[in-house]
Design a protein around this ligand. Structure first.
Ligand SMILES: NCc1[nH]cc(CCC(=O)O)c1CC(=O)O
Length: 326
């Protein structure tokens, strides 16, 4: 076995930044490593909307294969892109401390935040812009659904590509703006001043967290990564992903979730929104930290009993299954 840990990563700027973060943290622990760059299907086809690409894990499959073929020892992923059911033979080695989990709106005209109901750093209750010529962009069905729920008259256009490509497309197109994960832009120093936090939008399960995957039982990899694991983030992201998988078996869907752990208490919020934005079911729960193993399932049971089941049934009928958990 080599003593230099081979770290697999996609080659986008964000992915390489994340893999380098892991490399630096390992170095501080005295673990030598090298980066191995791989291209994922999700990076090669940047036109098709994510929810239409058809298979799960478009961003992770290539790295999964490289792990299983013993070409790399660990893979660094944006955790929200990792299917809830990991590939057979692989396991989670660590979850790094979560960064900003929020979705943000990047706009172009100074008048746009106020038109959306955002004034002096605050969102008005539900003061919506109802103009019909308001078009925004995102490739995420979860973001589309939550946006249309709040702004039923708006139009949403598909936006794909890595964050650099997407920022460029926002400049080129005649859209009011586009939605991004704060973490993706902040990590590589690209968050523009012309952006606002979408405090009313719940994030994708595990958004803002970085997961390290390895071969099942690979003691060298597991031991090397053990102290990179942040217990609180690992618990919260596990609860969010359990909620997702209990609802849809892991397909990427208009399902959002956020768990926060404070003073021994898990505060969980989740929602399911129909892709047209018309119907929304929500769940909010406070549980003890000790209940983290069952928290996601309990929250899923609550939301199903409170309108969630009908929305899921309608999504199943349209055959809308997507990639990653975005
Ligand atoms: N689906 C793509 C993806 N996967 C992870 C991030 C950002 C980093 C993160 O959420 O951890 C992004 C970009 C985005 O959603 O804007």
């Amino acid at each position: 076995m080599s003593t230099v840990l081979r770290i697999g990563t996609r080659d986008s700027e964000l992915a390489v930044w994340q893999a380098t973060l892991v490399q630096n943290q390992l170095k501080e622990l005295g673990v030598q490593s090298e980066l191995v760059y791989l291209k994922s299907e999700g990076d090669i086809d940047t036109i098709t909307p994510l929810y239409a690409l058809g298979v799960q894990g478009v961003f992770t499959k290539v790295l999964d294969a490289a792990l299983l073929n013993n070409r790399i020892d660990i893979a660094v992923h944006s955790m929200k892109d990792v299917p809830t059911q990991m590939a057979q033979g692989l396991q989670q080695a660590a979850v790094l401390k979560r960064a900003n989990y929020k979705d943000i709106f990047v706009y172009k005209e100074e008048s746009t935040p106020a038109a959306l109901g955002y004034n002096n750093g605050k969102w008005n209750g539900d003061n919506d812009d109802n103009s019909l010529d308001f078009t925004i962009a995102t490739g995420s069905v979860r973001r589309i659904a939550q946006w249309l729920h709040r702004y039923p008259s708006h139009k949403v256009e598909n936006l794909r590509g890595n964050v650099n490509t997407r920022l460029r497309k926002v400049k080129e197109h005649n859209w009011k703006g586009a939605i991004f994960a704060a973490a993706g832009l902040e990590r590589i120093g690209l968050r523009p001043a012309t952006s606002i936090d979408l405090d009313w939008m719940l994030p994708a399960p595990a958004q803002g967290a970085i997961m390290i995957a390895c071969r099942e039982g690979d003691e060298f990899a597991l031991e090397s990564c053990r102290s990179l694991d942040d217990e609180s983030t690992a618990i919260c992201t596990c609860v969010e992903r359990d909620f997702l998988s209990a609802l849809m078996g892991g397909c990427s869907t208009p399902i959002s979730a956020l768990a926060e752990l404070n003073n021994g208490e898990i505060y969980f919020k989740g929602n399911i929104v129909s892709p047209d934005g018309k119907y929304k079911a929500v769940v909010e729960k406070r549980l003890l930290k000790e209940q983290w193993h069952e928290a996601g399932r309990l929250a899923a049971a609550s939301i199903l009993a409170n309108g969630g089941q009908a929305i899921i049934n309608s999504i199943r009928k349209t055959g809308l299954t997507t990639n990653g958990n975005d």
